[in-house]
Design a protein around this ligand. Structure first.
Ligand SMILES: NC(=O)c1ccc[n+]([C@@H]2O[C@H](COP(=O)([O-])OP(=O)(O)OC[C@H]3O[C@@H](n4cnc5c(N)ncnc54)[C@H](O)[C@@H]3O)[C@@H](O)[C@H]2O)c1
Ligand SMILES: [Zn+2]
Length: 414
């Protein structure tokens, strides 16, 4: 119940006085739309997202469009301006779309946050105006951070344009930029006003990026939904080819599972030490750094998933054979459950991978909490990781890869 309760000090007689405890809760609600042709004038989704809750006034917005996407889709800036003109009774574009660099490099550039904030200031974007961020997960993180810190938070509508951003990062409540050499060091928890997932925007996405986004679906299926995992196995060929029906179903289900976790997991702003949606991620984050982002996030997650699945077997948590099934699915999706960076040594001669565990704990603070697998579809949390078993799991993945390569070479020479 909201209100103030007054209770005596826990240390009576020390002169510390009484304590007034303030309590209130803020309810968040945002819609995630699954649509196509978002900027076609006849599609009401964007105008509804901006004007839906307050239909009696005109809503100002600035679109911020990722440079890489604008290069592939030079029609988009004009389409957005024309869309606003068509819906001029309800929405107003305060300027032509702002074109901003995206990708991880953008999150590493502190000047970009300030440039964006200056622009929001110059255009008079206030707490009742909107920023509509259109791009991949990195661009959404960057623009989301600039929007969340301008006026202590202006309204943000996300239009994710990668598979990973549509099925995972874009539907969540976080934003961040990298600072002081640390990924996501500066950021906020700031739920968006709405998320608009347009499947057509994925048409220009390179195949490698599409496949990388499938890793998050495997991840969330493994910790939450055995039926979804079996479905991914059944549809693996179609998903690897990114056939529209299965690809859209995959994005929708994966996004739903992420949203459900945020709403019902009991810790939407990650105050505790557990982060089940980061299954496979302690190794993934480290591999991204070790490869200087040559490995895409989803590709690194695929390796991390395979590693933690094998580790789960070695630790006696998961039935042997399940990890083989996980790796076989990753193979069929076009994700490689191995990377040579798993074998890199750190300055102290120990496997460089292992410091990923320390980084993982430091980012969250508190006790080390890693999600592993108790079954396909069921995650389990542990608070200690045996480094010897991690090395054994790496060895297993390496042997499997060598075997697979030998098989391929054998087949090719036959
Ligand atoms: N906020 C969160 O909760 C959260 C969660 C997971 C990941 N993330 C972040 O998301 C980022 C990764 O996001 P990502 O995988 O979407 O990659 P990305 O944003 O780096 O985009 C990948 C590449 O695709 C290009 N691109 C984007 N959309 C395109 C399109 N439709 N057509 C052609 N090219 C396009 C980009 O220019 C970029 O080169 C990381 O920075 C990660 O930290 C955030
Ligand atoms: Zn991820």
């Amino acid at each position: 119940m909201p209100g103030i309760t007054v209770r005596p000090s826990a240390s009576p007689g020390t002169g510390s006085g009484d304590v007034h405890v303030q309590r209130f809760a803020v309810a968040y609600e945002y819609a995630v739309h699954f649509t196509r042709g978002l900027f076609r004038p006849a599609n009401p989704a964007l105008a509804d997202a901006l004007a839906g809750r307050e239909p009696h006034r005109r809503h100002r917005f600035l679109a911020v469009l990722e440079e890489g996407l604008a290069a592939c889709r030079p029609d988009l800036p004009d389409a957005i301006t024309a869309y606003a003109a068509h819906h001029a009774g309800r929405i107003e574009a305060v300027a032509p779309p702002e074109i901003v660099p995206g990708g991880e490099a953008a999150k590493n550039d502190p000047a970009l946050v300030e440039t964006l904030q200056r622009r929001l200031h110059a255009l008079g974007i206030d707490r009742h105006s909107y920023v509509v961020a259109i791009g991949g997960g990195a661009l959404l993180d960057l623009v989301g951070y600039a929007a969340a810190t301008a006026h202590r938070g202006v309204r943000l509508v996300r239009v994710p344009t990668t598979v990973l951003a549509q099925n995972d990062s874009g539907v969540g409540v976080k934003n961040a930029v990298n600072a002081f050499g640390v990924k996501n060091f500066l950021g906020t928890f700031a739920p968006p006003h709405a998320v608009l997932n347009d499947f057509d925007l994925l048409a220009s996405l390179p195949r490698r990026e599409r496949v990388a986004g499938l890793a998050e679906a495997v991840k969330v299926a493994l910790i939450r939904d055995a039926g979804f995992f079996r479905w991914l196995e059944d549809e693996a060929g179609a998903l690897a080819r990114f056939e529209p029906g299965p690809a859209q179903a995959m994005i929708r289900r994966c996004a739903e599972l992420h949203m459900r976790h945020i709403a019902s997991g009991g810790d939407p702003f990650e105050a505790g030490s557990a982060r089940p949606l980061d299954f496979g991620h302690w190794a993934a984050h480290r591999l991204e750094m070790l490869t200087r982002h040559a490995l895409r996030h989803g590709e690194a997650v695929a390796v991390g998933i395979a590693l933690d699945a094998r580790y789960s077997v070695l630790a006696g948590l998961l039935a042997p054979g399940a990890e083989t099934r996980v790796c076989a699915l990753l193979d069929r999706l076009g994700l490689r459950p191995w990377h040579p960076a798993l074998r890199l040594a750190g300055p102290d001669g120990r496997p460089a991978l292992l410091s990923g565990l320390r980084d993982f704990r430091e980012h969250l603070g508190g006790e080390l909490t890693v999600t592993l697998l108790a079954d396909i579809g069921r995650g389990v949390e542990v608070h200690a990781i045996d480094e010897g078993l991690v090395c054994s799991a790496v060895g297993w993945l390496e042997a499997r890869e060598a075997h697979r390569e030998a098989g391929e070479t054998g087949e090719a020479s036959r």
